[in-house]
Ligand binder design. Structure first.
Ligand code: BES
Ligand code: MN
Ligand code: MN
Length: 457
């Protein structure tokens, strides 16, 4: 049930469309000015919605939007974090509407309509729910918390400059909880509540063989081909039981005892067939001894995200490439440390590189895993907020994705995070035709207000 009038709903959607029309692609330097424009637009919205002040803070990269409203010293303070940057929209030809021209379409999953645009769910749509929930609370004179908004423009590229901002603005950012809507839930009937995120370690390796590309007839057979070597090395990283073979990789992994695992499995009612069907697969695959849900949440992974080398153009070219490369990322779970894992990876790759080629390993970025502690008011308030909006207890569940800055909120600012995300797996975040249910958007606005109600009490 939404407490918004039809008029307000229409207005909020139109405003969100303005936000979505700005192509704030952080990875692409051609959009540097658009990033500034988007930050300025959002900063103005924060003022319009009721913030006392709001500013755009320059960084070495894309700016951070920070606004706040102070109500009363005796009230707790909520720090809302989110990101206004989006992933590049390509492959653009697979979109059914241009990615920065939002439209609402009815779908099987969203008979009441879904907003199709890059960033609709991740994370502009979800950031905007916070702006509007805050606006509503002011309008109804029910704002019982002090509020700070910190919306960054570099989440999708690793949040490189946010750490410095946290360190330099520790006092200004003081709060009792960090509230983030940048994750998802299972569905609107029996919602899950995200209580954990995986960490991430993002690596790149480059194999170099001969000092130039060679004719594969004149030279083939007498030297190591970098692509073959790279393939061998990559395939050795996971064994036949689905275990990652890097020595020490599992040393710090928090093993969860059998009875707890069983109760999580029972509670979650994860639908394996639906999972398979939704991504067009006949079979799932992963680490032996773990369910799909566990493979997606409490177990670490290693995946090749990209691989290149040699000739990939039209027709054929008989060549032995001089180089071959791959981007490889690992999802981490408590209590793995991303810097340590990156080091283990680097050492292992160097160890298994044959003398017939040379190797270069680089660490791109990473972040540690996170768990929301159960024994604080933020957790309880979130549970109660879901109960109010959905009429049922949410199922606590760890998410597979990562928001690398979250553990730093704890280590630098000493503040715990509550993750209240409203996206669905079918929202196609990072993919063509990203979309966000209109219903999800409005129930998010409701649930956030309910969170304030309980947290400020
Ligand atoms: N919002 C996502 C993370 C997410 C989505 C977590 C759904 C849980 C459920 C975030 O914007 C994201 O894409 N994170 C990246 C990491 C980043 C360093 C590029 C990721 O998880 O790959
Ligand atoms: Mn996101
Ligand atoms: Mn993302």
């Amino acid at each position: 049930m939404s407490t918004l009038s039809e008029k307000e709903k229409e207005k909020y959607l139109n405003e969100l469309f303005e936000f979505l029309k700005l192509p704030s692609i952080s990875a692409d330097s051609r959009y540097k000015d658009t990033m500034i424009k988007t930050a300025e637009w959002l900063s103005k919205e924060l003022l319009k919605s009721g913030c006392d002040s709001s500013n755009v803070y320059e960084t070495k990269g894309h700016p951070i939007v920070y606004g706040e409203k102070f109500v009363d010293e005796s009230y707790p303070t909520i720090l809302v974090y989110g990101h206004y940057d989006v992933q590049p929209p390509d492959p653009i030809e697979l979109w059914t509407n241009p990615p920065f021209e939002p439209v609402i379409k009815n779908t099987e999953i969203h008979p009441e309509g879904a907003i199709f645009a890059r960033g609709a769910c991740d994370d502009k749509g979800q950031v905007f729910m916070h702006v509007k929930a805050f606006e509503q609370l002011i309008k109804k004179d029910k704002l019982n918390c002090n509020v700070k908004f910190m919306i960054e423009g570099e989440e999708e590229v690793g949040s490189d400059n946010l750490e410095k901002f946290l360190i330099e603005n520790k006092a200004k950012l003081a709060a009792d909880v960090i509230l983030i809507s940048d994750t998802g839930l299972s569905n609107l009937d029996k919602p899950t509540f995200t209580v954990g995120l995986r960490g991430l370690s993002y690596m790149e390796i480059k194999i170099t063989g001969p000092n130039r590309d060679l004719h594969s007839g004149l030279y083939g057979g007498a030297l190591a081909n970098p692509i073959n070597i790279l393939s061998d090395m990559i395939s050795s990283l996971i064994d036949s039981k689905g275990r990652i073979t890097i020595p020490g990789f599992y040393d710090e992994v928090l093993e969860i005892d059998k009875s707890k695992r069983e109760s999580i499995e029972q509670m979650s009612k994860f639908d394996n067939d639906h999972f398979k069907n939704s991504i067009g697969l006949k079979e799932t695959k992963g680490e032996d001894g773990y369910s799909t849900l566990e493979r997606l949440s409490i177990r670490p992974t290693l995946d090749v995200n990209g691989i290149w080398g040699g000739y990939t153009g039209e027709g054929s070219k008989t060549v032995i490439p001089s180089e071959a490369s791959a981007k490889i990322s690992m999802r981490l779970v408590p209590k793995q440390n991303w810097e340590k894992i990156s080091e283990l990876f680097t050492n292992h790759i160097k160890n298994i590189t044959p003398n017939s080629v040379s190797i270069d390993v680089t660490t791109h970025h990473g972040g540690n895993p996170y768990i929301t502690p159960e024994d604080f008011k933020g957790y309880e308030s979130a549970i109660n907020a879901y109960k109010d909006s959905f009429g049922i207890d949410p199922i606590p569940q760890k998410d597979g994705g990562s928001i690398p800055i979250v553990p730093m909120f704890e280590s630098i600012l000493g503040i715990k995070t509550v993750l209240m995300g409203f996206g669905l797996d079918s929202d196609a975040i990072h993919s063509p035709n990203e979309n966000y249910g209109v219903k999800n958007f409005f129930i998010g606005i409701e649930t956030i207000q309910n969170f304030y109600k309980h947290f400020g009490n």
